[in-house]
Design a protein. Structure first.
Length: 123
């Protein structure tokens, strides 16, 4: 399989200073598939993981449970290549449009993390 390439973005310190990180220094980051618009996942970013994502074109997050950075797909091979990056009107949520490589975004093996509808008997 030919490797995809994520787009890197100019890092503007003034623009990043507008982002409203919460009291833990984190901001929610929504990831959606570029071709379909399907929402794949939500994870947390801090300033360093945001900068790494923008500079490398790969999605980097902060794990609250492990207290460490992680790059999506480094262990699973299900990598994400950033095509577009947005922040919302309140500067408190990020959105990344990506090319999803491999089986998908969810650690369960599902393509998206949002596969359980309310009213279903989730286990």
């Amino acid at each position: 399989m030919e490797s995809q390439i994520g787009k890197s973005f100019n890092i503007d310190d003034e623009e990043i200073s507008r982002i409203s990180f919460n009291s833990e220094g984190l901001v929610p980051a929504i990831v959606q598939e570029e071709s379909s618009g399907k929402v794949l996942m939500m994870a947390w970013m801090n300033e360093e993981s945001l900068r790494e994502t923008l500079s490398t074109g790969r999605t980097w997050f902060w794990s609250r449970s492990r207290q460490e950075y992680w790059c999506k797909g480094e262990t699973s091979g299900d990598r994400q290549f950033v095509q577009k990056a947005f922040y919302d009107c309140d500067f408190d949520t990020l959105l990344f449009s990506v090319i999803q490589e491999g089986k998908g975004a969810c650690h369960t093996g599902e393509f998206t993390c949002f596969f359980t509808p309310f009213g279903s008997s989730a286990n």
